[in-house]
Structure formats: structure tokens, C-alpha cells
Design a protein around this ligand. Structure first.
Ligand code: SF4
Ligand code: SF4
Length: 269
């Protein structure tokens, strides 16, 4: 019998949110999500022979002294399988456990599915757990905060539009101290490349924008960045499984490229 034992790490996004859950809400949410999975979920759960071959693929398992509860198959067993087995009737504490596993013990790298002889996609199964936790609003606080930032500002760092513009212009001045003709061109219609950073760059490491400008200048690239929404290519909403916000963020990114009539998008990271 697998037992989930971890050193307690407080997280308001999980610990406080589970207090608001009711048994009805949990069951309804789980069953609504599972209803939409069709044959795929059933095929994966029925096919797995618990051989554990996927374990060696997972860096969480390897970096925790090969503790079996960090293996990919255990992560599914300690979350989704219990939900299915109990037809969605699980406790708030169990949902807290699911949130911890799905958000902090799997980064959905998908390596394990390459090790599985049946090609079972653990990533897909963990994503279902995240979706259930998201709908129940039991998500680590920092991740939910960045998701809300995407929903409200379309960037992940609560940056206002004038912050973004000011930061880019400031970095352009810095670059031009070194390269007189270098530019960070905003909104250049028809440019070859629309370059987009992730929001932590202007927020915490603006010098990376200057470094990009130097590279573009040295390489002679015809480039631009949008001064308007769509400039941030990150999407934490995808990671937390808030697919509605994820779609808005991605759409805005592509709309910016269409609006500027660029030939391609180049993204950092
Ligand atoms: S390798 Fe595949 S079949 Fe074996 S335990 Fe992992 S998921 Fe299940
Ligand atoms: S997808 Fe998750 S469980 Fe699978 S190897 Fe990557 S981190 Fe481990």
C-alpha cells in the first residue's frame, strides 16, 4: 500500500482553499472532468501493469533516493486512480495531496511516457489532476497568482502597459550607450521577426532585453516587439490547467503577430 508521506510545507493556496470544499463540490467536479476523457483514460488505467519501468525516467524519483512514491506510476496511483476507484468521493485532504503531487512533484516533462512499454502518457493523467484541482481552486498560491495575472493583464507578472513600455525604452537607452545606432523597435509593421520575452524579464531582469537588442543589432535582424498586449510569451495558465485563460493568452500573442504583419515569431527560452 503506497503511503504519501512528506515534510509539511505550508501553502495558503492549498491549505486555505481546501477548507472551502464540500463533498458534493468535489464529487461533482471530479466526475465532470472524468466524463470528458472518453476511452483514453480508461485505456491508460486498464493497460498499466504497475511494472514501474517508468520510474527511472523521472528526475523527482531519482533525486529523492528512489523513493517509490515519487515514481510516475505512484503519482497517478496516489491521485487519479483513487478518484476513479471511489467515483469522485474523496476528502478535501485528499485533494490537497493531489494538488501537491500534481503541481509540485511533476513538471510534466513527459519523459516517463517514453520509458513505458505501452506508451502510457502520465503527463496527460497528471494534467487531469491539475484540471480538477484548478476547478476546485486548490492550487499553490504562487502559481494561482501568476495565473490570475494572466487573466487580468495578459502577462504573468502584473505588469501594466506603461511599465512595459518604460522598461523597454530604458533598456534601449542602455544599449545605445554602447551601440549608437542600436534600437528596440516597437510596433514595426512588416518586420521579419516579432520577438517576445517572458514577463519576468522586464520585471526582474531587464538587462536581458538589452542583451537581446545587442544580439539583434549585431546579427542585423529586422525585428520588433509589440508595445501592446501579446508581448509576453509565457503561459502559466497552461501549466495550472486553466485552459480558458490559456486560450486568451495564446490568442493575444498570435493576434499581436498578425497585427504587426511579421513573418515569424521568435521567443526567448
Ligand atoms: S511503465 Fe507504463 S505500465 Fe509500467 S508502471 Fe509505468 S505507466 Fe504503468
Ligand atoms: S512527466 Fe512527471 S512523472 Fe513523468 S518523468 Fe516527467 S516529472 Fe516525472
Amino acid at each position: 500500500m503506497l503511503k504519501y508521506e512528506r515534510k509539511e510545507i505550508a501553502d495558503l493556496g492549498i491549505d486555505e482553499s481546501v477548507k472551502r470544499l464540500t463533498p458534493e463540490k468535489i464529487t461533482k467536479t471530479i466526475n465532470n472532468v472524468l466524463k470528458g476523457t472518453g476511452a483514453r483514460l480508461k485505456a491508460y488505467l486498464d493497460t498499466c501493469i504497475h511494472c514501474g519501468l517508468c520510474a527511472e525516467a523521472c528526475h523527482y524519483y531519482l533525486s529523492h533516493g528512489k523513493n517509490p512514491t515519487y515514481s510516475p506510476v505512484a503519482k497517478v496511483k496516489l491521485t487519479l486512480w483513487e478518484m476513479v476507484k471511489n467515483k469522485g468521493n474523496v476528502s478535501p485532504d485528499f485533494i490537497a495531496q493531489c494538488s501537491r503531487i500534481a503541481y509540485t512533484e511533476c513538471n510534466r516533462c513527459r519523459r516517463c511516457s517514453l520509458y513505458c512499454p505501452y506508451g502510457i502518457d502520465i503527463w496527460y493523467l497528471i494534467a487531469l489532476v491539475r484540471r480538477i484541482c484548478l476547478l476546485l481552486k486548490v492550487v499553490p498560491q504562487y502559481e494561482m497568482d501568476t495565473n490570475y495575472s494572466h487573466a487580468a493583464t495578459l502577462n504573468m507578472m502584473w505588469l501594466k502597459q506603461d511599465d512595459w513600455i518604460d522598461t523597454v525604452q530604458w533598456q534601449e537607452e542602455e544599449v545605445r550607450m554602447e551601440y549608437k545606432t542600436a534600437r528596440i523597435p516597437f510596433d514595426k509593421e512588416g518586420a521579419e521577426v516579432m520577438y517576445t520575452p517572458i514577463a519576468p524579464e522586464p520585471k526582474f531582469k531587464p538587462q536581458l532585453l538589452a542583451a537581446t537588442a545587442k544580439i539583434m543589432h549585431a546579427a542585423g535582424v529586422d525585428w520588433t516587439m509589440p508595445s501592446f498586449d501579446g508581448w509576453d510569451n509565457s503561459d502559466i495558465s497552461m501549466h495550472v490547467a486553466d485552459f480558458e485563460t490559456m486560450s486568451r493568452v495564446e490568442r493575444k500573442h498570435f493576434e499581436a503577430a498578425f497585427k504587426l504583419k511579421v513573418k515569424r515569431i521568435v521567443m526567448c527560452e
